[in-house]
Design a protein. Structure first.
Length: 144
């Protein structure tokens, strides 16, 4: 299941009781010599253009690895002074179906996706499943 929506802090807030981050990958703008670009120079500010989080399902003390993935990316434009700024962004949450067909996990996912919409102030606009297209719904998976 893949859901498209808002910013990473909203995802973290909405899914905080459900998932544990196990792996983080981030991308930043690179300068001409492949060093991390500080923009504007001298400020110490670095524009992160993508973040990917690999997560495990947390059900009490039990962790199920590879349950979900968050991905955030932004498009960048440069102003007249050649300073980079983000102009558009997307966030994608991918839930792996093997974990989410169990009733207790479906309820946890439904609740987290509802909180995500509530905290972001925006509706989930797209949902799909490559493994169970007939079962995926706006807030997760319905029972088979």
């Amino acid at each position: 299941m893949t859901v498209t929506g808002t910013t990473p802090w909203i995802q973290r807030a909405a899914f905080r009781d459900l998932l544990q981050v196990r792996e983080v990958t981030a991308e930043a703008l690179l300068g001409p010599d492949f060093e991390v670009e500080v923009d504007p120079p001298g400020t110490g500010e670095v524009l992160i253009t993508a973040v990917q989080l690999g997560c495990a399902l947390r059900n009490g003390d039990v962790l199920t690895p590879d349950a979900a993935e968050f991905f955030y990316s932004c498009d960048v434009e440069y102003d007249e002074q050649d300073h980079a700024k983000p102009v558009d962004a997307q966030a994608i949450v991918t839930m792996y179906a093997d974990v989410w067909h169990e009733p207790v996990n479906r309820e946890l996912l439904e609740s987290a996706l509802g909180r995500w919409e509530e905290e972001s102030g925006a509706a989930i606009t797209e949902w799909r499943s490559t493994t169970s297209p007939e079962l995926v719904v706006r807030y997760g998976f319905r029972q088979a």
